[in-house]
Structures are given as structure tokens and as C-alpha cells.
Design a protein around this ligand. Structure first.
Ligand SMILES: [Zn+2]
Length: 78
């Protein structure tokens, strides 16, 4: 069986959709328990890691490192 990997900020798909109809959740806290936030209604829930791994289907969008902004203009002025 494939091991599930996930991290803070990942958007994951759950096996069971949220009552609001969305089954995409964002991981907003990692620890013994994992806090996920529904992408649809912004409702957050705290679930034990074991339960989360059971209900998580897959990672839809891994958290991307934010592109640096500000002071990125390195073009020398002519
Ligand atoms: Zn929801």
C-alpha cells in the first residue's frame, strides 16, 4: 500500500465530502491531531492523525513555496 505523504498547507481530497458539498480540505495545522479547513465553507475541524490518514484520499495540490515578491526587480535601469 502506498504511503500517504502530506504537509502543512497542502490541499487534500477527502473520501467523504464535507456536508457543504466540498471534499477539498486545506491542512492548516500539523501535530498529533491535524486541523483541516474546508475549502468550500472555510469550516475547520480537528481530526486525529490516524483518522485523517484514513479519510484522506490524495493530495490535490501540495503547498508551494511562495514566490518572492518585492525587490525582485533586478533589472538595471538604463
Ligand atoms: Zn465545507
Amino acid at each position: 500500500m502506498e504511503r500517504k505523504t502530506f504537509g502543512l498547507g497542502d490541499i487534500v481530497q477527502m473520501k467523504k465530502p464535507h456536508p457543504c458539498g466540498t471534499n477539498e480540505m486545506e491542512i492548516i495545522r500539523m501535530g498529533m491531531d491535524i486541523r483541516i479547513k474546508c475549502v468550500g465553507c472555510k469550516h475547520s475541524v480537528l481530526v486525529p492523525r490516524a483518522k485523517f490518514e484514513k479519510y484522506m484520499k490524495k493530495v490535490l495540490r501540495p503547498a508551494e513555496p511562495k514566490p518572492e515578491t518585492g525587490g525582485a526587480d533586478s533589472t538595471p535601469s538604463a
